[in-house]
Design a protein around this ligand. Sequence first.
Ligand code: ARG
Length: 578
Amino acid sequence: MSIKSLLDQRVLAAMAAANIPGECPANITISSRTGFGDFQANGSMAAAKRLKTNPRELAQQIVENLDLRGIADKVEIAGPGFINIHLAPAFLSEQLQCLSADKKLGANTPTPQTVVVDYSSPNLAKEMHVGHLRSTIIGDAVARTLEYLGHSVIRQNHMGDWGTQFGMLIAELEEQLGEGEQVELALGDLEVFYQQSKKHFDEDRGFADKARDYVVKLQSGDAHCRKLWQQFIDISVAHSEAIYRDLNVTLKHTDIRPESAYNDDLATILSDLQQQQLAVEDQGAQVVFLQELADKKGNPSPVIVQKSGGGYLYATTDLASLRYRSSTLKADRILYFIDARQSLHMKQVFTLATKAGYVTGNISLEHLPFGTMMGKDGKPFKTRSGGTVKLTDLLEEAVERACALVKEKNSAISADEMAEIGQKVGIGAVKYADLSKTRTNDYIFDWETMLSFEGNTAPYLQYAYTRIRSIFRKAGTKYSDVSQRINISEDQEKILALKLLQFGEVLQQVADDAYPHILCSYLYELASAYMVFYEHCPILKENIPSEIRDSRLAICQLTSRILAQGLDLLGIEVMEQM
Ligand code: ARG
């Protein structure tokens, strides 16, 4: 149990003993100012208002009934009725020792769930671009965190591999292959290939007709079109997977369940919606009008499930996938990491799926939107000439910049080490810059700040980790040799200890709200508290008694474990030196 929950329990018991109604919360918070204890119980003010009595007197009654023996060594009342709790160093030492003996570092969910996480999900017609970066990075961090807490996580990469563009693309591929081109070469640059086929489509009528014909053939299972399509898909998927590897993202090949996987379900979904009289004909198309999402004037929100030509849409596929995730995968919770601009689409799909009975009542459907990645000019991130930035180019640049930076700091590093460090620092910086911002806001992509060794950045945290490891090298003590007897005495140790003990709680919050920036802020505060501890509490100095040295080494070790574990949950790697 976290210290906060423990205090909550004890204060509530004291409040009950003071005849305060059970609905009144204890309001335990971490003290924000030094000298005001480690925690505060602020519930007396609201309770006094309710009972129409004096809050300070009520606080006094609570304190008289409060049993914190073995937990706190001082409890005092301040201001209008705050109760300041000073934890006992012996209690903190004991808690820290338990934490250090816990393989999971205090993180464990009491209620494991099956959680489906839909993320990355690029469209295969084109190269993956920066727009998919946020979904991939944020979704992966949340999936890792849920898994670490003990949930059963099912990753779903809902790749867009089906739709009208594919007729054009396979018609183009057929022509290029006919001219003796190799598949890998023709599709070496998907962006260029897409532009070529688009141009062809716009300028050549015969080609455009063929492209349209190929869509129909593809969707009705024509073997020739299927084969071309498969060749195209295989290469496009390989492009995405190369990026996942570079990005250190946990998505595996088997996590891909693309749009085409639901092809056979679409007709069933449509006829079911018709039978339930949800889908009706409107100008030749099949449409569901959702009164639940009506606009201000009362006009219902239309969801087209089949176009007049017979083609199905993005929404139809999402209904089928939602039904699959609910009834086959048996999800308790489904998370969608998709751009904020698809909010209406998600609302429509969730509303309609619920209405049609494709999901059961207590499943939680959550669209977790994110803002746009902006350039330094405050406009959506583009290349200098205004084109979309390819992810491979961006990641390559990150690694190059990181290598240059590390070389500047430490010229004695070998070429091999440099390659490894550059990769970890460069990729870490890009990921962390994204993850550390509140997900729902737009954010500015800026090389200088993300690669800085100061402030809330990946290099700062990776560097903090290497500093701790270097102490062990200096101490000549192997990790496993550190005695785990911890004895907190200094204020800086106490502050660090309290931070370390919050790890599990922080992860729980990330899992509940899918906001990885909470974990980033925590790790940054942890590293900063460590730096202060390190400055004030000597470890390897001559005159330091061995029990104190060992206790401090154990604190260092625990800090490094939590830093490394926290960064790993963000998909960021650490190294021994940099
Ligand atoms: N392929 C879509 C896009 O690039 C994202 C798909 C997200 N997942 C979903 N189930 N709709 O915009």
